[in-house]
Write a protein that binds this ligand. Structure first.
Ligand code: PLP
Length: 395
């Protein structure tokens, strides 16, 4: 039986392979502390769970509109106005199962074969995968440690050609925790307008900014019409398994997203949307406490990692990831790269992390090694895990 050629273009998220390996080791009795998974270790806030259960009991068990239930989209409109300071209407909102489909729909709907799409590297691997899938050319934009993992806007300028159709932003960022400044956003916006480029703004970690305020590029003058804004419930409300996300975009593009939804998923589970509505409109304490805890853990993990000889870790501004430089440790242990270090830590220290290469291939001038640790893990596990790392690399 044949598999279609286009499937060879589609990449994957190797984090899931590492997770499978970790789970296999755990099942065989090995004690592993995992910093590999990109999801909150908290349960969904109780008021949201109660709203989901109530919705099921009230009959939210049927198909709903393909772009999402109107009251839910209206509550997203209020949330966007509150958090981004822009006026949107419900026809500019498309609700999807998890935020990920917004990436897929955005690239499928806006990008032709041969077009160029600029995306952050290291970055969430799905961007590059889908760019390749539609036959477009992925143009990686290096994130720089010396700039706290922001990119150099002048480098971005140099990558824009007459084939560039989209630039993808992700701030706060996975895997580095980097946050773009308002100054960066203004410069990027000017380039997007001047060159008539779509901006895809992945804002899934927008509520996890620890120093200062979150800023969206969609809020800048002239940007709303050309921005595809992605946000969702997986991170802010610890709802990864519910599958609930949304995109905000101009009405014309929204109609194409809705058609893609009709062709792929029909609609998002309606009781999940009612739970999401409670998330946006109900008490925020549990979500806020979780985010406060992430901030405290960030400081704990950064300090602990910097206490290991040969590891240096910048303090990230957002999300729940740190991205320490492990070049010296790799050299000292005679490990070829961060992938070997990832395996070393897993088997020698019982600590699961992800190598830089899980987030795209090395940039041309990149000669440093990095790993990603998610600090969506308990304080005890953070302290014990980093202690194990120290023991394994300083011996
Ligand atoms: N965008 C980024 C940068 C992410 O890190 C993730 C999840 O890890 C997503 C999008 C997808 O979120 P969801 O699980 O809601 O599909």
């Amino acid at each position: 039986m044949q598999i279609a050629q286009r499937m060879s273009l589609l990449g994957t998220e190797t984090a899931f392979e590492v997770l499978a390996e970790v789970n296999k080791l755990k099942a065989s009795g090995k004690d592993v502390i995992s910093f590999a998974i990109g999801e909150p270790d908290f349960d969904t806030p109780s008021n949201i769970i109660a709203a989901g259960v109530k919705a099921l009991q009230e009959g939210y068990t049927h198909y709903g509109p393909s772009n999402g239930l109107l009251p839910f989209r209206e509550s997203i409109v209020r949330y966007i106005t509150r958090t981004r300071g822009i006026e949107v209407n419900p026809e500019e909102v498309v609700v999807v199962p998890g935020a990920k489909p917004i990436i897929f729909y955005g690239i499928v709907a806006c990008i032709n074969e041969g077009d160029e799409v600029i995306y952050p590297n290291p970055g969430f691997p799905i961007y590059e995968s889908v760019i390749n899938f539609v036959g477009a050319k992925p143009i990686p934009l290096p994130l720089l440690e010396e700039r706290d993992f922001r990119f150099d806007v002048n480098k971005l300028k140099g990558k824009i050609t007459n084939r560039t159709k989209m630039i993808i932003l992700n701030s706060p960022q996975n895997p580095t925790g980097g946050v773009l400044t308002e100054g960066d956003l203004k410069e990027i916006a000017a380039l997007a307008i001047e060159n008539d480029i779509w901006v895809f703004s992945d804002e899934i970690y927008c509520n996890m900014v620890y120093d200062g305020e979150f800023k969206s590029i969609a809020s800048l003058p002239g940007m709303k019409e050309r921005t595809i804004l992605l946000d969702g419930f997986s991170k802010t409300y610890a709802m990864t398994g519910w599958r609930l996300g949304f995109g905000v975009m101009n009405t014309e593009l929204a109609s194409h997203f809705t058609r893609l939804a009709i062709n792929s998923v029909s609609c998002t589970a309606t009781f999940t949307q009612m739970a999401g509505l409670e998330g946006l409109e109900g008490p925020q304490e549990e979500s806020q406490e979780m985010i406060e805890e992430f901030k405290a853990r960030r400081d704990i993990i950064v300090n602990a990692l910097n206490g290991i000889e040969g590891i240096s870790c910048r303090k990230p501004g957002g999300a729940f990831y740190v991205f320490p430089n492990v070049t010296e440790v790799c050299k000292r242990l005679k490990l070829k790269d961060s992938k070997e270090f990832q395996q070393y830590l897993l088997y020698e220290a019982g600590v699961a992390v992800l190598a830089r290469t899980c987030f795209g291939s090395r940039n041309q001038e990149e000669d440093q090694e990095y790993i990603r640790l998610s600090y969506a893990a308990s304080r005890e596990n953070i302290i014990e895990g980093v202690k194990r790392m120290k023991k394994a690399v300083e011996k």
